[in-house]
Design a protein around this ligand. Structure first.
Ligand SMILES: O=C(O)c1ccccc1N[C@@H]1O[C@H](COP(=O)(O)O)[C@@H](O)[C@H]1O
Length: 213
């Protein structure tokens, strides 16, 4: 038995980081691709990162970004983990020398295990509802019965999660971790403390301590 981990992603405000940490999240996500409405620049990311205490991970989300930008983000923000959400090939992802999650666009991937084999060095896989070439963070869920039983790596479930569906997500997908953004906000990048709290309460009520894959 193990506890389901939680990442709140797309935080842009100090008060939202403080609320997330107080609620006991395992990771916060900073979106540092300029394509996103939740983009935070280097100065903002540095300030938010400085607020994150030990034992809470800082994950930086990128999407088909220029390597020079990725290197600058790594050296300035010092994230614990990268999350590549685009069509980045394995040699690009491994080239930065930092552990990474690879997002899998479930709307356009039929064979998940073939996809994971191309990213043998990924620390884990994040299954999201978008199609290749599209963006995540849409608040849309995919069919969770499509989540494979065995990935051989930690599986992070994302896409349209909220307090109302988290129990069903756990039941159908048994993920290692949950990643939520739209479901805890009032507008892109503006998190809502009540929604954050409701999400964590719903997770606890659903039994966050469970057998995981
Ligand atoms: O949050 C964004 O703006 C974003 C932009 C580009 C790619 C991914 C993005 N977010 C990630 O998408 C998933 C699902 O989010 P949601 O809960 O459906 O809003 C999650 O991993 C976000 O971190």
């Amino acid at each position: 038995m193990s506890r389901v981990r939680v990442k709140f992603c797309g935080l842009t405000r100090a008060e939202d980081v403080a609320a997330a940490v107080a609620l006991g999240v395992d990771a916060i996500g900073l979106v540092m691709t300029r394509r996103s409405k939740r983009f935070v620049d280097l100065e903002a990311a540095l300030a938010l990162r400085a607020q994150v205490p030990p034992f809470v991970a800082t994950v930086v989300l990128l999407l088909d970004d220029e390597p020079a930008w990725v290197r600058e983000v790594i050296s300035r923000v010092t994230p614990d983990l990268l999350q590549f959400h685009g069509e980045e090939p394995a040699d690009y992802c491994t080239g930065f020398g930092l552990r990474y999650l690879k997002a899998i666009p479930m709307a356009s991937v039929d064979n998940v295990s073939a996809y994971t084999q191309r990213h043998a060095q990924a620390a884990g896989f994040l299954l999201d509802s978008h199609a290749a070439g599209g963006q995540g963070g849409s608040g849309q869920a995919f069919d969770w019965t499509r989540v494979p039983r065995e990935l051989g790596r930690p599986l992070v479930l994302a896409g349209g999660l909220n307090a109302d569906n988290v129990a069903e997500a756990l039941r159908l997908a048994s993920p290692y971790a949950l990643d939520v953004s739209s479901g805890i906000e009032t507008a892109p990048g503006i998190k809502n403390s009540e929604k954050m709290q409701h999400f964590m309460q719903a997770l606890a009520a659903a039994g966050a301590d469970r057998e995981l894959r």
